[in-house]
Design a protein around this ligand. Structure first.
Ligand SMILES: C[S@@+](CC[C@H](N)C(=O)[O-])C[C@H]1O[C@@H](n2cnc3c(N)ncnc32)[C@H](O)[C@@H]1O
Length: 373
């Protein structure tokens, strides 16, 4: 169970905690998990205290937990906070926060990646076409502090109220920076006429809305193994103004899972395969995974991904495109799947790479775009 849901249930079951208590307990639990596997030799209390020191940009409200020299030495820079606690004799190796570095994509800056878990990622919004002026006006009128890492991207501090002031899905979509950058791969797609696009692991449609906003003349088909998430997608599409699309529920581990699979062969100009994965590029948002993840899961995901690829890739039309995406940092789910797709389908790589969002307090993702010439 995600920590967020666990805490919600915990607070609902015991009403004695006021809103400030809930906020503080939540913060301490998240700090505790952010240190991953690095401070496991300490007692829980001490681990919470040291993690709090490492993860906080400011000790305001918490100074009573630390001696005066610790408070004075506290820096805004994570690297300096790490250096200080090491100098104080606490055995802390940032590399142990995330102990599966050998499994990671070779291109990754592993030192920066492990350290990034000590900081909560930002919230990113994607401005939808023709909404920029109104969106910026709302942010300015409400004195919201933001930055723009990309023309259509708004980066906000966690807990910012901006999403309550804007029309979500209509004016902006909540979408991580790396997902937004993956959208630029759609600029490689050149095809006259209608683009038949199948988002085959659609969840609530984040990538579908991105494709809708970026590809001209698009006809969407969406599916997922979970009926409940397709229900959410339909609601979201209403808000996003997407009307003409087909949807169905399908388990793509085998062709038998697709209704009328014979109708699908070679039908789609673009297939988006945003596959189920370990999510290891997003653990800055769910740091409890650093404690509960077991490496055997990497292989399980890799098998599931291969099955989904094998089923969905047969539906790519001649001169069509296949976009494989994960939010994982593991090479078994990324580069090794690229090799598998090439080998199994003969499709050619147009572009591929790891989107190292952790350098900008965003998620890390992998994408590979193929063409079937
Ligand atoms: C990474 S999420 C997709 C996120 C989505 N594209 C977005 O942008 O919001 C992967 C999705 O794959 C779905 N999935 C898992 N196993 C599947 C299977 N066997 N067949 C089809 N979809 C599956 C999950 O239900 C999940 O919604």
């Amino acid at each position: 169970m995600p920590l967020q849901h666990y805490l919600k249930q915990f607070f609902a079951a015991d009403k004695k905690y006021g809103s400030k208590d809930r906020r503080h307990i939540t913060h301490l639990c998240y700090c505790y998990f952010r240190s991953g596997n690095a401070l496991q030799h300490l007692s829980a209390e001490e681990r919470i205290r040291i993690s709090l020191y490492l993860c906080s940009d400011t000790l305001e409200g918490w100074t009573g937990l630390f001696s005066e020299d610790w408070v004075t030495a506290h820096s805004k820079e994570v690297a300096q906070r790490i250096a200080f606690i090491q100098q104080e004799g606490i055995a802390f190796q940032p590399g142990s926060i995330f102990p599966w570095l050998d499994e990671c994509s070779p291109d990754m800056d592993t030192a920066a990646f492990t350290q990034s878990h000590l900081q909560q990622p930002l919230v990113f919004l994607r401005i939808r076409p023709r909404q920029e002026k109104q969106v910026l006006q709302v942010l300015e009128n409400n004195n919201i502090v933001y930055s723009r890492p990309e023309q259509n991207c708004i980066a906000l501090a966690p807990g910012s109220k901006a999403d309550q002031l804007l029309q979500i899905n209509q004016q902006v979509v909540v979408q991580d920076l790396s997902s937004q950058r993956i959208g630029s791969l759609f600029t490689h797609i050149h095809k006259p006429g209608t683009n038949q696009v199948w988002d085959c692991c659609a969840a609530s449609g984040g990538k579908s809305i991105l494709a809708y906003d970026m590809l001209p003349d698009i006809r969407l088909t969406v599916s997922d193994v979970r009926a409940s998430i397709i229900h959410n997608l339909k609601q979201r599409f209403v808000e996003a103004g997407i009307r003409n699309y087909q949807s169905f529920v399908a388990d793509l581990t085998s062709k038998a899972g697709i209704p009328r699979s014979d109708m699908f062969a070679g039908k789609f100009d673009v297939i988006i395969c945003d596959a189920p994965c370990s999510g290891s590029g997003t653990w800055g948002r769910t740091p409890e995974q650093l404690t509960f993840f077991t490496p055997a899961q990497i292989q399980q995901y890799a098998i599931l991904q291969k099955q989904i690829i094998a089923t969905s890739a047969t539906a790519v039309a001649r001169n069509g495109y296949f976009l494989y995406i994960t939010c994982s940092v593991f090479k078994k789910e990324n580069e090794e799947q690229l090799a598998y797709i090439q080998e199994q389908t003969g499709m050619q790589v147009v572009a591929s790479g790891l989107y190292q969002g952790f350098t900008e307090r965003a998620d890390t993702m992998y994408a590979a775009l193929f063409v079937k010439s």
